[in-house]
Design a protein around this ligand. Structure first.
Ligand code: F6R
Length: 248
């Protein structure tokens, strides 16, 4: 893992945006793996700014988001569909047909429909040529996407029960903890690992401990992000607050 530390959150986010811009410029039909949450917002902000200035054209790009809550409609303000529309898609020229976010609003009782959605999502990524550049944040428990700590690394896109810590962490975006969905659909570790280049953005004091654990840990499914240590091309971009506990 190449770890780069920046003076501020804005500079770390700008470095992530630079990797995405370079990817698009060098390969206009790139397949981008996108994330939601608080961390990527300034990175999306920079990409939008550069797009508006005229230098960044998403017209031929494809995107696949990591995850979506189960049981939530795309127009729900806390859905990742809504987030992506608000914070990125509505402000760049990435064609609608090329944007993909897993469906979260399938009927709860129809497990066949969920399985079909998972397989269709994996198929769509494969048909697009696989993910060129994957953006990741990291959960306080080391999750990437919604791959929670477990006995084994997960495979392809699947439905996951969210860890209680994740539900608590994400309740900051909802009116109450009871409103946070208990399940999500997420790319699996195998799907994330298949990306050609992965950029993990970690900013703020709240990510210091998990970043230290990530760097010091053995590769262990109880810390899902630890798999990134053996990926051939991972760039970790951290601000000083998140890198506070790293040596050197
Ligand atoms: C989001 C995702 C999650 C977040 C992680 C960190 O699509 O897959 O893994 O990246 O929970 O969230 P924030 O950035 O809100 O701290």
């Amino acid at each position: 893992m190449d770890i780069q530390v920046f003076q501020s959150e804005a500079l770390a986010a700008q470095a992530a945006a630079t990797l995405f811009a370079a990817q698009i410029i060098s390969k206009p039909d790139s397949v981008l793996g996108l994330a939601t949450g608080g961390t990527p917002l300034p990175c999306y902000g920079k990409l939008i700014e550069w797009h508006r200035m005229g230098g960044l054209d998403f017209a031929h790009a494809h995107s696949f988001n990591l995850d979506e809550y189960c049981g939530i409609a795309p127009d729900h303000p806390q859905s990742y569909h809504f987030y992506m529309e608000k914070h990125f898609f509505s402000q760049v020229n990435l064609p609608k047909a090329n944007r993909h976010v897993p469906k979260g609003d399938l009927p709860r009782e129809q497990s066949d429909a969920w399985q079909a959605e998972c397989r269709a999502y994996d198929r769509a990524i494969a048909e697009a040529g696989g993910i060129d550049l994957q953006l990741l944040g990291i959960g306080g428990n080391g999750h990437i996407g919604f791959n929670e700590p477990a006995e084994a690394f997960t495979g392809d896109t699947h439905i996951v029960a969210l860890a209680s810590g994740t539900i608590e962490d994400n309740s900051r975006y909802f009116d109450s903890v009871e409103q946070v969905p208990t399940h999500a659909i997420t790319l699996g570790i195998r799907s994330i690992f298949a990306a050609r280049h992965i950029v993990l953005l970690a900013t703020g004091e709240g990510k210091a401990q998990i970043l230290q654990r990530l760097v010091q840990s053995e590769v262990d499914p109880h810390l899902p992000a630890s798999i990134l240590q053996i990926h051939p091309r991972v760039t970790v971009l951290a601000d000083r607050a998140a890198a506070r506990l790293l040596e050197g």
